[in-house]
Write a protein that binds this ligand. Structure first.
Ligand code: FAD
Length: 493
């Protein structure tokens, strides 16, 4: 542990971005004092980091009590508290318990919180951290029907994982999981929703800890602060069973092209004089639900509770007082190509920030754990370089959007402009599909590969990454590019 108030580097936030930033700073400065301030009782550390390709990496996330993390690094001090204010002129942050912590370089990694469709309704839940998952599980145990609102990664995983409970999935688009997939890929997954899940679950490598409810930190404030967002395997191994044991494992009804118009109490529903929508094959003969949802398509559904998975808002409140940070349209703190905010000596990384540099052709920002890790790592390198007065090039990871994850039990690799993002209608698509096994989609623009979606064990990620990065003219290969009888790797060796 270092002296009280001489921290040279201060990092705020114990999620993937903040913890990676601290770990990298420790490697660069094994002797200098580094302070991590986090509102959460547990920190999230990346483990089993594996480089899949040059830009693609997979990893697990381990939750650790702050004390255990601090014991690994003698020069790191962890303060479990929340930052209420940044004073950039006097170079210090003010904590909830009135402590004033000076910094030489500060990195803000305070993540984001779910955008809830209703903030004061006990029947509407958001999912962000371990605590919110526990609340969800408790409610699900007694539930016969839930409504999931949203069409991104969280909604997609939930809908697949929930068993023994009817799910109404309300999405604003005309195909599922639109954050990641076009209608073709969505269709590939729809069959997974209709079939049984494989019995054998992937073993969970993450060690789970329970936050100590007797924590001595300024608990009134800390409890109201968000914990770190969940890690890559958050839904695996969790009991997500409702009360209806006779119900087939998945019973999902998708309502397309709609949003929530109003949440109604049973009384309001009764007074509305409207009829509840019938769901095909529903086993529920309940004439009263604790909550009703009126959708913008005019339909009303009753359910036990609603999960709001409609995106996130960066946690910037403490940074909008004295310090005047430039904030992007999506609510994130704007950072330049070296993760610097507009205020001197202050950096930001992960979900809280908005990348405002001119992006490489095949990269864009998405609030994902892969980018939180990359940004946390790179921010530490930039803080160190600025301190030493060195110029460093931007990290290579920002050359290509690359993300590997699992959806509906399939490995999913997303590369570059995998949905033709920013290309308008000016692109071609090549597809290869083996039902229930794999789905390969390539986005071509000017005969060059701009992006790809690889679902299943395709083994194509490295070759396609190279083709996207080197922008080779692929016109002579035509559709052979996806011919399963041609070993594409040999082609380009
Ligand atoms: P966080 O993990 O949110 O950490 C923020 C930290 O800051 C926390 O420790 C918090 O306590 C602390 N903090 C906040 N305010 C303060 C303050 N004022 N003072 C001190 N500390 C503060 N990503 C994917 O790539 N693929 C997925 O499939 C996927 N699924 C997801 C599923 C769920 C349910 C959720 C919630 C997220 C998912 N994500 C997914 C997103 C991913 O988890 C995040 O992008 C990533 O974890 C962000 O990391 P972070 O470090 O920026 O922020």
């Amino acid at each position: 542990m270092s002296g009280e108030s001489k921290a040279s580097f201060v990092v705020v936030g114990g999620g993937i971005a903040g913890v990676t930033c601290v770990e990298t700073l420790v490697q660069l400065n094994p002797d200098d004092p580094i302070t991590l301030i986090t509102a959460s009782e547990l920190i999230k550390a990346v483990t089993n980091l594996q480089r899949v390709t040059r830009t693609l990496e997979s990893f697990d996330v381990e939750e650790k009590p702050c004390s255990e993390f601090a014991s690994l690094f003698p020069n790191v001090k962890i303060i479990q508290s929340s930052v209420l204010e940044v004073d950039s002129e006097n170079k210090h942050v003010v904590l909830a318990d009135s402590q004033v912590i000076p910094y030489e370089k500060l990195c803000i990694c305070t993540g984001a919180r779910p955008k809830l469709i209703a903030t004061d309704n006990p029947y509407v839940l958001g999912i962000r951290d371990t605590e919110s998952v526990k609340v969800f599980q408790r409610k699900l145990q007694h539930a016969r029907r839930v409504m999931v609102v949203g069409n991104g990664g969280i909604a997609t995983e939930l809908v697949y994982e929930i068993e023994g409970c009817e799910v109404i999935w309300a999405i604003k688009d005309d195909s599922i999981s639109s954050t990641f997939f076009d209608p073709g890929a969505a269709h590939f997954f729809l069959t997974s929703l209709e079939s049984d899940k494989p019995k054998q679950k992937v073993p969970v490598k993450r060690t789970k800890y329970t936050a100590d409810s007797e924590s001595k930190a300024d608990s009134s404030v800390v409890k109201s602060m968000p914990g770190g967002a969940l890690g890559p395997d958050w839904s695996i191994g969790l009991d997500m069973k409702g009360v209806t044991q006779t119900c087939k494992p998945h019973h999902v009804h998708v309502e397309y092209k709609c949003e929530i118009h109003k949440i109604l109490t049973p009384e309001e529903f009764k007074d509305s004089g409207k009829a509840e929508e019938k769901i095909e094959d529903s086993h529920q003969v309940k004439d009263s639900w604790p909550v009703y949802v009126l959708l913008t398509n005019g339909k009303i559904f009753g359910c036990d509770f609603v999960v709001s998975a409609t995106g996130v808002t960066p946690n910037t409140e403490p940074f909008q007082g004295k310090a005047k940070f430039n904030i992007g349209d999506d609510g994130g703190i704007l950072v330049d190509d070296h993760m610097r905010t507009n205020l001197p000596h202050i950096y930001a990384a992960g979900d809280v920030c908005t990348a405002s540099w001119e992006y490489a052709q095949q990269w864009f920002q998405m609030r994902l754990w892969s980018q939180a890790r990359q940004m946390g790592f790179y921010a530490a390198k930039c803080m160190q370089a600025d301190r030493e007065g060195e110029e460093i090039p931007q990290d290579f990871c920002f050359e290509l959007f690359a993300h590997v994850t699992k959806f509906f039990g399939y490995k999913v690799v997303l590369l570059g402009k995998y949905n033709g993002q920013g290309l308008g209608k000016n692109y071609e698509i090549l597809l290869r599909l083996t039902k229930g096994e794999e789905f390969v989609k390539v986005v071509l623009h000017d005969n060059r590969m701009y992006g790809a979606i690889l679902i299943g064990d395709t083994d194509l990620e490295e070759t396609f990454e190279n083709l996207i990065l080197n922008q080779m003219d692929l016109s002579i290969y035509g559709e052979d590019l996806l011919n399963p009888n041609i070993d594409i790797e040999d082609y380009f060796d």
